[in-house]
Design a protein around this ligand. Sequence first.
Ligand SMILES: [Zn+2]
Length: 164
Amino acid sequence: MSEKFEAHEIRDRIVINYKYTMGGQSKFFIELMKNKKILGTRCKKCDKVWMPPRINCSDCFEDTEWIELKPEGEILISTIAWFTTSAFIQNVPYAMGFIKIEGADTGMLQGIFSDNLVPTKIKKGKKVKAVFNKYREGKMTDFFFVPEEEYENWISKSDFEGGG
Ligand SMILES: [Zn+2]
């Protein structure tokens, strides 16, 4: 007897609860969440200031120390995002760019929001300030940058506030 195999399938789902650690960068996320502070690290040997923070200097491999940086800086390079993941879909279009925070020697990639997003608002050298979510989870999405002339308007919105 020749009979075609037919697999019986049942649709089900798997739920996975997990947590992960930020490891040596944990202090950055804790200070961001609790105190709205942006911390970088400074190399104990060559004084280079890393932002995002690194626990060891990538130039001379020495230990670094935590330092608080001002929640403002300038745009090194930027672009406008029209496609994104579900996490940011409500913000499209928005800008993102490498921001050189005042006092840092390196740039960090972060979102740049504007009430009137046009290329001149996010051009190289433009001054930006950090705006923090009122509800923070200790994630990079707890804050974003805005053109400095829009800062007061952004921190007056109910979901956001200025740096600590
Ligand atoms: Zn160094």
